[in-house]
Design a protein around this ligand. Sequence first.
Ligand SMILES: Nc1ncnc2c1ncn2[C@@H]1O[C@H](COP(=O)(O)OP(=O)(O)OP(=O)(O)O)[C@@H](O)[C@H]1O
Ligand SMILES: [Mg+2]
Length: 412
Amino acid sequence: MSILNTLWPRRTAEASSPIVARPGEASPAAPTEPPGPFRTLVESLPDPVLVIEGDPSEPAARRIIFANAAARVLFPIRVEGARLLTALRHPEVLEAVDEALLGAAGEAVMETGGAQERVWAAQTRPLGRGDSGGLALLTLRDETDVRRAERMRVDFLANASHELRTPLASLSGFIETLRGHARDDPDAREKFLGIMQAQAERMARLIDDLLSLSRIELNEHIAPAGRLDLALAATDVLDALVPLVREKSLQVEIAFPEKGAADVEGDRDQILQVIQNLIENAVKYSPAQAVLSIEVLPDRPDESIALPRDPRATRITLLAPDRPQNRRFAVIRVTDHGPGIPRDRLPRLTERFYRVEGQKSGGARAGTGLGLAIVKHIVNRHRGGMAVESAEGHGASFTVWLPVANTKDNLS
Ligand SMILES: Nc1ncnc2c1ncn2[C@@H]1O[C@H](COP(=O)(O)OP(=O)(O)OP(=O)(O)O)[C@@H](O)[C@H]1O
Ligand SMILES: [Mg+2]
């Protein structure tokens, strides 16, 4: 037991661990040596570490003879020498502990439920023999974030492949038809070529969006350079979208402040992309001849932004700005009178590829569900905020706010 003696010299009265007494041993109250440096080190490791003593042929007799602070948070260990089974019942981890008690390394994955689900990678190693059986080291590593990221990567690949495969399947189908029975039918050929072109454009749009998203993510930690007037940017975007607006005979109401009143720090191309996505959505989901409004509001504190104005509407903050205190923001808000978004769908709008099911947005022109994900990443890079307000059947209103440029309070 020489390693253990080095790691855990006899307990002192001032040791604050909840592990208080080892059955069969003298009360720990008698002060002896101070905790050794190794004990202090293991005690303060961020990962749970336990030492278990016992014999696998007597499962009930396996005892925890050491648990560091992280282990005592994770497991209900009341006393030093507590039975292993009172703290840990996960069969695979218990099996790995037994392997180590018998002299072999083991590993297992353990999921803990509750409000905060976590996934732990458990590893066991033999530590030789103790006073009453084998000794096993059990360490646990929190792998929740790694596994979540892995799941997101797999989902993302599956979604992206699916989204590309759908128009591709349609293109292949039409090529076959054009080679077959539509070969000598000029009307059908013209019609099918039109559909094929729309599908090819959809694929190109999807690839552009994916590349754009990955570029934005790569640079998300780099603060944007540049400065632009939010109202002028909105005017530029609107000018470019006039054909779409005309196509649906929409009426656009604008409320912009005077030039220079809504100057923000930002990457011009990215901010144009934000505004374009919001206005395109409003146009896409508005019925013909509807009214659509675009407001730009100058210079205000975070707290006063995006208060729900329609009492029927639900408001969700999709992105809260980083360190909003003492900062002032300029705001752009795009409101439409389309179908709106059901309350329970609002939090999911910025997920990649997420589309609210059952909304009509025009066949091959239907979106990819990447627009608002792109908006969120850009706004995050700009340390801004984003909110949505909607009442189903009564339209939707998206608000983005960005730090205003060059005022004393906004220099960080
Ligand atoms: N103004 C809006 N009114 C109603 N629903 C909306 C509105 N804006 C977005 N949505 C819903 O949110 C979903 C996600 O929007 P997002 O902009 O990310 O994707 P998209 O418009 O479908 O595709 P993309 O923008 O990539 O072309 C949309 O599919 C739609 O269901
Ligand atoms: Mg969109």
